[in-house]
Design a protein around this ligand. Structure first.
Ligand code: SF4
Length: 354
């Protein structure tokens, strides 16, 4: 059973301008400079699945990493480099700093946001939690350090079900923030009593079940893979529902030769690497002839370009470096470690979300 809060009115976030495309010659120059700077600065490039394919390819080619948000932070923690350059959105840079405070964390741009993070301001969220002191506060990794610090548990989409089941077994009512679609999916699966913060991912929220049904009629043999940040009507049509890493795994394990994929299209780079013989098809974000805002690609992830990565490495400084207040960092590490310890006990590999 879940109840949706209406504290934050649905907000239309202004999208950042699309990055100016680079010429092939410019790309080659930036790539060469970035490779040189990575060595000079003792840095490693860590990219999210939703960044542009050329960024993911460069991360892999230079000994860096491509993955989910928490896996990115964990890789950075293990890697010997003194500087981590995180190509993703701001909460991912913060997560890296929370886990690895002794390293310099740089981002191509600090203006790369996330609608889930923006839609869950720490003061309002904390105020709400104060009004329900009997509830256990569970927040998704796509939140600021301040929101994590207010939580009892931080979860990722790959372990959220198990943690909520565990809390439900102890009869603990739950405040869930900020993604209402994922919260509702988990509540339906577990039957847990959950109060849902009214947040959404602007990319996944745009997937359309009507358009998806029509697409399925064109590709009747295709499997449908859906990220649970999508609306329930889209999740209902899925052959497999899961986090980014779980969807890549499903693409490999399902016998289908075609896959309709309802998540950010940046994932196609790694997914296609895993299943080169299969056809990957973008799930529709709106009905035929309609316009979409994100068109299945996060506008903030798209801000991570080669030019910005070069600038971060060459210049660093307050335009690029992530700082987290030490008191806040220590507080936010507690619910994060609670999840990691729980996962270890369950022997589940915890991967990130978006
Ligand atoms: S894809 Fe959605 S959840 Fe991921 S960073 Fe963009 S807005 Fe946030």
């Amino acid at each position: 059973m879940s109840h949706l809060l209406d504290i934050v009115e649905n907000t239309v976030y202004p999208f950042p301008p699309k990055p100016v495309p680079l010429s092939d010659e410019e790309k080659l120059t930036y790539v060469a400079n970035i490779k040189k700077l990575l060595v000079e600065k003792d840095a490693v490039l860590i990219a999210h699945y939703y960044t542009d394919p050329e960024i993911q390819a460069l991360a892999e080619e230079t000994g860096g990493f491509v993955g989910d948000s928490l896996e990115m932070a964990k890789f950075g923690n293990r890697h010997p480099a003194k500087t981590l350059i995180i190509a993703g959105v701001r909460f991912m840079g913060e997560s890296a700093k929370i886990l690895t405070p002794e390293k310099t964390i740089l981002m191509p741009t600090l203006e790369a946001e996330c609608s889930l993070d923006l839609g869950c301001p720490a003061d309002k969220f904390s105020e709400f939690c104060d009004q329900h002191p009997d509830h256990t506060v569970v927040v998704y990794a796509n939140t600021s350090a301040a929101v994590k610090a207010r939580a009892d548990w931080v979860v990722t989409s790959s372990i959220a079900l198990e943690i909520v089941e565990h809390l439900d077994a102890e009869d603990k009512p739950i405040i869930w923030g900020p993604d209402r679609h994922l919260g509702s999916y988990i509540s339906n699966k577990t039957g847990a009593d959950m109060l849902l913060w009214n947040g959404e991912c602007i990319v996944h929220d745009e997937f359309s079940s009507d358009a998806l049904r029509k697409m399925k009629s064109v590709y009747p043999e295709a499997a449908i893979l859906v990220h649970p940040e999508s609306p329930a009507s889209v999740v209902e049509l899925a052959d497999s529902v899961g986090s980014t890493s779980q969807l890549i795994k499903a693409a490999k394990e399902l016998p289908h030769k075609q896959m309709i994929v309802a998540t950010d299209k940046g994932i196609f780079f790694k997914m296609q690497q895993m299943v080169p013989e299969k056809e990957l098809i973008e799930a529709p974000t709106a009905g035929a002839g309609a316009t979409c805002r994100s068109c299945a690609h996060c506008p903030w992830m798209a801000m991570n370009g080669l030019k910005q990565i070069e600038a971060a490495l060459a210049e660093g400084g307050k335009e690029h470096e992530i700082f987290v207040d030490e008191e806040l960092r220590v507080k936010s590490l507690i619910p994060l470690n609670r999840m990691l310890d729980f996962a270890e006990q369950l022997n589940v590999q915890v991967k990130g979300n978006a």
